[in-house]
Design a protein around this ligand. Structure first.
Ligand code: SF4
Length: 99
């Protein structure tokens, strides 16, 4: 892992940071796998940045994930919030770890 990616992982969710998706109904979500986590509307797109609604997901580094926050590998491991949700976890939990 490069120093840049490691530094990014300390502060941000490596998968979600810098992204969002717009659904056909105009809702904006953090990613297409998180359709139930609306952060705004396309006709008011500026609000998702000024109200930090999207930043909450971009900042969801493993250090804020319940099972990962004290793990020595937290900045190395990848993380897919969508997968965890689909498997039954809450937005701040990880159930796919086999460690
Ligand atoms: S997924 Fe498992 S190994 Fe990876 S940081 Fe979380 S607790 Fe540690």
């Amino acid at each position: 892992m490069s120093a840049d990616i490691f530094s990014l992982a300390r502060k941000r969710n490596k998968c979600l940071v810098g992204t969002f998706a717009t659904l056909s109904n105009g809702d904006i979500v953090p990613c297409l796998g998180l359709k139930d986590f609306k952060v705004g509307r396309i006709d008011k797109i500026y609000d998702i940045f000024t109200e930090d609604k999207l930043l909450k997901y971009w900042d969801m580094s493993n250090r804020y994930i319940v099972q990962c926050k004290d793990c020595g590998l937290r900045y190395d491991c990848n993380d897919c919030r969508s997968l965890e949700i689909r498997l039954g976890a809450n937005i701040d939990e990880k159930i796919t770890c086999t460690r």
